[in-house]
Design a binder for this molecule. Structure first.
Ligand code: SF4
Ligand code: SF4
Length: 234
């Protein structure tokens, strides 16, 4: 919040005219709230404070449960495919979050509909034309593939192995982007031609991103929390 106050002061005290870098109309304040059971009741107050400081964009995301104890803090569950559930982000029937969202009085709450209406999945990084680069120059198509990590989906642990297309030490950004394996992967993600491990849990293949039951090889995206709208950050 202190950063927000500083930004707000800079935005409104005339610095824009001096620096030419911060100008109203070209800048804004957005707040990302990582919703968990322990903090969901704070959401209306965070929105109220944000508004006082000039924020006009609010995004709610689930946390990525990297540790087992964090799994209990999740606000999603397997019932999230019910069309009657509001998904800000995609959540289960967690009444606490819905109640607190209703209190916010936000005029336009956008509901993430990934996984509904026949859409199997949508990757925000691929759809947005993004890539991710590590501190040492590793080039990946997204944040989750930038580093090997484990996360929980409800009580199931999934290991996601890092996938680096190449390194900026040895190739230009354009060369890395245009590598056939990278372009083929982006095309596959756009089609979302993967087994939907987030809603199936039928076999042990969902414990890793190595392969899936449709015959796809590493990296597979069917168990990715971003692609199903559970996690929306950044
Ligand atoms: S679906 Fe997930 S793992 Fe696959 S490219 Fe997108 S963010 Fe990365
Ligand atoms: S790979 Fe296993 S968990 Fe994933 S969709 Fe296929 S059967 Fe289900």
């Amino acid at each position: 919040m202190e950063n927000l106050r500083t930004f707000h002061t800079i935005l409104h005290n005339g610095l824009s005219a001096d620096s030419g870098k911060i100008r109203q109309g070209f800048t804004g304040i957005g707040i990302v709230f990582v919703a968990m059971k322990r903090n969901v009741k704070d959401l209306p107050e965070v929105v109220a404070i944000g508004r006082k400081l000039g924020a006009d964009r609010f995004m709610v995301t689930n946390a990525v449960p990297y540790a087992e104890e964090m799994s209990d803090e999740s606000l999603y569950d397997c019932s999230a495919n019910d069309h009657s559930v509001m998904t800000v982000p995609r959540i289960g029937r967690d009444k606490d979050l819905l109640r607190e969202l209703a209190k916010c009085g936000v005029a336009d709450i956008s509901m993430d509909k990934i996984g509904f209406d026949g859409e199997l999945g949508r990757c925000p990084f691929i759809a947005g034309g993004s890539a991710a680069i590590t501190w040492d120059g590793g080039f990946s198509p997204c944040l989750p593939l930038m580093h090997s990590h484990s996360h929980y989906y409800n009580d199931r642990l999934r290991f996601s192995k890092r996938w680096i297309v190449g390194n900026l030490e040895n190739a230009t950004l354009e060369e890395l982007w245009n590598r056939p394996e990278h372009l083929a992967f982006r095309h596959q993600v756009q089609l979302f031609d993967f087994s939907l491990c987030t809603i199936c849990h039928g076999c042990i293949l969902n414990e890793e991103n190595e392969e899936d039951c449709l015959g796809n090889a590493f990296p597979t995206c069917g168990g990715c929390l971003w692609a199903q709208g559970y996690v929306r950050c950044p």
